[in-house]
Design a protein around this ligand. Sequence first.
Ligand code: SF4
Length: 199
Amino acid sequence: MHPTAPKSNRATPSENRAKPRLLLHACCAPCSTAVVERLALDYAISIYFFNPNIYPVAEYLQRRDELLHWCNKVAGIPCLEGEYAPEEWMEQVRGLELEPERGRRCNRCFRLRLQRTAIYAREHGYDLFTTVLSISPHKRHERINRLGLALAARCGIEFYSANFKKQNGFKRSIEISTAQNFYRQNYCGCVFSRPTADA
Ligand code: SF4
């Protein structure tokens, strides 16, 4: 087994079937690593890459392909891709373009991504869903969890509430990403979060 592969690779397919099925929303490979490592012992994980916020499309493809590669070749877990519809995302955040990161635009962005994950999870027989987003030091886990729990109640599926920064989660994600030589972006994802916003 690769030294940075999650422990789930040790589980047999029959062991995996016995675990609750968790749909894990992920924005990129670096943020996914430590979360998968932490959850794989207790859950049969599928990654859900639904991120219409990411701009430009070349950046979207780079993050998606790296995550796909890691899931397929290292982690050994399924990676599903949601629809890339940046115009829908732009509609959701209209009027909030000038908000700072961590502001109200981010609430709408989280909601769209979590809502789609919750719906996909319910429609495809998962037991619960969650997101890797709380591993980022730039994101408030309380806000993500509040949204996740509200959407779970509305959609009729359980949400796994977490702060993946805890227990050195972010530090561990850096360690694995460095070992894997992952690309590490210098902005959150949307056009408004780029160092030189060009919208
Ligand atoms: S800064 Fe990040 S979380 Fe906030 S709106 Fe942009 S992409 Fe979404």
